[in-house]
Design a binder for this molecule. Structure first.
Ligand code: S3P
Length: 191
């Protein structure tokens, strides 16, 4: 199929704890699209949990598998809402795929302090082996290394702290704001 005829994806990027998976699900419902999550796909396809990938096979193997999943998901014939793992932008080949004009990449941006406050619960740290014993410190370090990379691939940047502040249903509000922003920018969301 010629490139111009392939459906583009709505892709959420951002650090761990920015709510990509939850917001992706809500956004998909709003846009009447299917939702897909690269971490979930990776686990389903391999039978290995994310933390098992890191402990049993190592981060490099995880990143290689993540790249395969991303490439497949971005090439899906229908437009879907794609939630990615926070580290997806580290690989230059992934960034090259994400900047293809047909895709709409939304960066859910937040400070490491805000993200740390959202992933304090131990359950939220499951499947996030990179956080270790000092989630705040790890998030600061990852943010310093990744911030420019998210900026490189993003078509739209949403400051989630501002959007969520004082909201009763912050994730619902966030998904509405993302949907409204895409509509305002007339981003091509085709079914
Ligand atoms: C990672 C983020 C995680 C998961 C893995 C590595 C990262 O996804 O892919 O633990 O490098 O930031 P979430 O961003 O969905 O937590």
């Amino acid at each position: 199929m010629a490139d111009g005829l392939r459906a583009g994806q709505v892709v959420l990027v951002g650090m761990m704890g920015s709510g990509k998976t939850t917001v992706g699900g809500k956004l998909a419902r709003r846009l009447d699209l299917e939702a897909v999550d690269t971490d979930t796909e990776l686990v389903a396809g391999s039978g290995l949990e994310i933390d098992e990938w890191f402990t049993e096979r190592g981060e490099a193997a995880f990143r290689a598998a993540e790249h395969e999943v991303l490439a497949r998901v971005l090439d899906h014939p229908r437009t879907r809402v794609v939630a990615t793992g926070g580290g997806v932008v580290v690989d230059a080949a992934n960034r090259a795929l994400l900047v293809e004009a047909r895709h709409t990449v939304v960066w859910l941006r937040a400070s490491p302090a805000f993200l740390a406050s959202r992933i304090e619960r131990k359950s939220a740290r499951r499947n996030r082996p990179l956080l270790g014993d000092d989630p705040r410190g790890a998030l600061e370090e990852l943010d310093a290394r990744r911030r420019d990379l998210y900026g490189e691939v993003a078509d739209v940047v949403i400051d989630i702290e501002t959007v969520m502040a004082g909201e009763d249903k912050p994730r619902k509000t966030l998904s509405r704001v993302v949907a409204d922003t895409l509509e305002r920018l007339a981003m091509p969301v085709q079914r």
